[in-house]
Write a protein that binds this ligand. Sequence first.
Ligand SMILES: C[S@@+](CC[C@H](N)C(=O)[O-])C[C@H]1O[C@@H](n2cnc3c(N)ncnc32)[C@H](O)[C@@H]1O
Length: 335
Amino acid sequence: MVLSFTHGIILGFAAGFILVLVILNESSYSLSFVSRFTKINLYQRSNIRRMINTSYDDNQVFVFPDECPLVRAYLDVVRDTVCGLALRTREHTFGYDNQIHPMDINQRIKGLDWPLIGVTMIGQKRLINIEWALRFVIANEVSGDFIECGVWRGGSSIFARAVLKALNNKDKHVWLADSFQGLPKARTKNDNDNWSKMEYLKVSLEEVQENFRSFNLLDNHVHFCKGYFVDSLPRCNISQIAVLRMDGDMYESTMDQLFNLYSKLQLGGVIIIDDYAITECKRAIHDFRSWHNITDKIQLIPGDQIGRYWIKGQNIEVQRNRYIPLISSTKHYTQ
Ligand SMILES: C[S@@+](CC[C@H](N)C(=O)[O-])C[C@H]1O[C@@H](n2cnc3c(N)ncnc32)[C@H](O)[C@@H]1O
């Protein structure tokens, strides 16, 4: 059929219109992430205020505009593998009754169970929070490294290393602090000894390193600080922190992390509290914040009920005198 001149014009306009729609759709898709991550001058007070209230939505797709689509695909696979979701036909839950049960996918997404095969227990939503935090500090040029205190099998730190590697970030290192022999006995009346009896939480340094190797992610950007926090964190060589992830469950473990590391967290850096739902941990957070007049907004992790985070908007002088009663009366545990 031969098209008339008028038909040709109409078809041309229609094709052009569709092309414009496609381009607009593509750019708004990638901009939906980027619009929250425009660079901010950290030293302007008003901008710090804007920055510390930054949050994200549960359904947001994290992609920088110039990013290869395979980065998103790779990170989705690593994330769901470390938490055991990708292995769902084989994966099970190790119950608090010491028995093995079928995995409940919804529990795993929220990090509410102990994986049998998976190498992190924090679940999918808190893993997404790690990726968000790393992208946030990169986009805002916050200097410093990622550290996780309390790593168990190492899966969430493995994912942190995967994010930095996939984004081709060469500045930021990943640090793992743990006793690599489980939780300590209580030093004060703030805690009890129950945690120290949990055999399932005792994972050796060698096993964590082997887990890193299995993802081909054990390299010179990964460092280990071994020992109970009260001894190991003062000696840990990390100088500046951009993302501080705390997962030590107990009051004292949380305080050891805050007193030794909070002053290294840079302005605009992200502090993540995995165990906010545990009474002792939550009390430590609020004691530390009130002793130091920290008012940065505590934010919910989208889709998760357990963890929280805040963005550091004010520098504080750490009051060591508040820490002395927590360490002076007890022996140290150096191995
Ligand atoms: C709940 S697990 C951490 C889970 C881990 N973040 C994950 O991704 O699965 C708690 C970890 O904290 C460590 N831990 C707790 N308190 C500690 C302390 N005071 N010193 C050293 N390690 C500690 C334990 O050895 C254990 O590996």
